[in-house]
Design a protein around this ligand. Sequence first.
Ligand SMILES: *[C@@H]1O[C@H](CO)[C@@H](O)[C@H](O)[C@H]1NC(C)=O
Ligand SMILES: *[C@@H]1O[C@H](CO)[C@@H](O)[C@H](O)[C@H]1NC(C)=O
Ligand SMILES: *[C@@H]1O[C@H](CO)[C@@H](O)[C@H](O)[C@H]1NC(C)=O
Ligand SMILES: *[C@@H]1O[C@H](CO)[C@@H](O)[C@H](O)[C@H]1NC(C)=O
Ligand SMILES: *[C@@H]1O[C@H](CO)[C@@H](O)[C@H](O)[C@H]1NC(C)=O
Ligand SMILES: *[C@@H]1O[C@H](CO)[C@@H](O)[C@H](O)[C@H]1NC(C)=O
Ligand SMILES: CC(=O)N[C@H]1CO[C@H](CO)[C@@H](O)[C@@H]1O
Length: 485
Amino acid sequence: MATLIGALSLVALLFFSSFPPAAESRGSRVRKLEEESDFFLTQKEHWFNQTLDHFSITGHRKFQQRYYEFLDHYQAPKGPVFLVVCGEESCDGIFRNYIVALAKKFGAALVSLEHRYYGKSYPFSNLTARNLQFLSSKQALFDMAVFRQYYQEHLNAKYGVGESPWFVIGLSYAGALSAWFRLKFPHLTCGSLASSAAIHMVYNFADYDLQMGRSVGTECKTVLQEITHLAEKQLQNDGNSVKNLFGASKIKDDYFLYLLADVAGSAIQDGTPDQLCSPLIDAKRNGTNLLVPSYLSLTIALDLDLSEVYSTYIKNNFLGNYSSLDLYDPEYYKNTTPGQNSADRLWWFQLCTEFGNFQVAPKSDAIRSSRIDLRWHLNFCKNMFGSVYHKINMTNVYYGGKNISGTKIIFTNGSQDPWLGASKQTSSKDLPSYLLKCHNCAHGFDLAGCPSSASDVKEKCENAVHAVRQKIIEHMELWLSQCSA
Ligand SMILES: *[C@@H]1O[C@H](CO)[C@@H](O)[C@H](O)[C@H]1NC(C)=O
Ligand SMILES: *[C@@H]1O[C@H](CO)[C@@H](O)[C@H](O)[C@H]1NC(C)=O
Ligand SMILES: *[C@@H]1O[C@H](CO)[C@@H](O)[C@H](O)[C@H]1NC(C)=O
Ligand SMILES: *[C@@H]1O[C@H](CO)[C@@H](O)[C@H](O)[C@H]1NC(C)=O
Ligand SMILES: *[C@@H]1O[C@H](CO)[C@@H](O)[C@H](O)[C@H]1NC(C)=O
Ligand SMILES: *[C@@H]1O[C@H](CO)[C@@H](O)[C@H](O)[C@H]1NC(C)=O
Ligand SMILES: CC(=O)N[C@H]1CO[C@H](CO)[C@@H](O)[C@@H]1O
């Protein structure tokens, strides 16, 4: 369930310049990344003994947590330390992205901690639901706090710096962690940048689908809806023939419908809506004469045209290097062996227990099939993890949802990002928020930059990104100086 994984990582975003839409899949992409160290400032691993359960007074168990440091731009002893938060995937190094420019500008040390359980930072030899009980954002925030103290001492030992000003930076789920870290540990960081952070949790996140429609516009939305209806109808008639067209005969009907939705969601979330919509709209326009009222049957010709265009798009742009049909097979998520592909199971565990924000079909004007509803998601959770307790509403109680309090947190989001509705909606002096507004401004672009696209589209995107980056720098300058004072 590519987009259901929800948050899009820096890994995916980094692919923008060289790849078409990057969906939310890890294994293959990550492996590919490792071959291309140009993507990383550093991949030299360091290890830290972390406490497994920060909330127990009897458990003393530790596990090894991986981290990275990059000191080339560090101006000791006064320079700040930027904690670049890693989210729901293997953290294979510190990425080259806008953070490098920030490090240069501020003479900062960069340090990045892998999220517990993901990548190589897993405490147990298997990932059964029982062993996942210590996987939560609360524990992860405590990890960051404990690590921050440890690393400060480490820097002191090396450079005699005393207390450095810290700043926490993250994107997507890692962006939410950045915001929450400043909220819960204001004495440990001068501020934070929360890029495209989903901080508001609901069970039914129908707004994701609605925002997809708003982002692509009426014409493309209508075609996407039509594809869903065609697929639903053909699944009823002859499921295998339509799935075969997509090379997806082995997956179950409801997962197939999820795949169709994820393909569109990913393209929009990644800021490449035109690659998705243009061929579909063309096909639709060409076939207009053939269209008969939708309550009658569509002609075979249009059926095939649309489905073929979409299936070609999926094969070329979605499957293969970004995503895989495996993600639409429940068995894949049941695998409890830690490894490159376990991030998907782990993230689902967090969705099922803490975050929800299930991408359900809205009651009207849905792009995705109405079969993808809350019941479907809760069944999935139960099927994967047994009867784990859903504390999704509690997450808003704990962090405040969109009413998050606290100070010195920058929120950014992209105008076309389906995750928009889960981000902070208001801006204030203490909690400024900025919207990157352009045709394809999507998830995390302030940090990741714009994808390759037609030059006029790209220029507008770059202007939007530039404007928000200037604001980020202004706040960081002010807050870091106030912190050092
Ligand atoms: C972490 O713990 C292991 C085993 O207890 C120990 O051998 C190692 O030295 C510790 N590492 C650090 C960095 O403290
Ligand atoms: C998982 O690991 C636990 C110990 O942490 C062990 O008791 C259990 O048998 C393992 N289960 C599987 C399915 O490997
Ligand atoms: C639609 O028609 C145009 C012109 O007739 C043609 O160039 C284009 O390839 C067609 N597109 C599709 C997707 O059928
Ligand atoms: C996947 O990556 C390989 C190797 O870089 C490339 O040749 C191939 O075209 C890519 N496939 C897709 C579907 O993007
Ligand atoms: C969660 O909160 C919402 C809004 O307050 C409420 O409608 C819903 O019933 C709650 N769900 C659960 C499972 O507690
Ligand atoms: C946020 O505050 C508003 C107005 O006070 C309130 O209606 C809403 O329930 C709050 N939301 C959360 C998630 O606490
Ligand atoms: C945090 C943030 O940038 N919020 C913006 C997200 O988008 C909404 C809707 O456009 C804006 O109102 C918020 O200011």
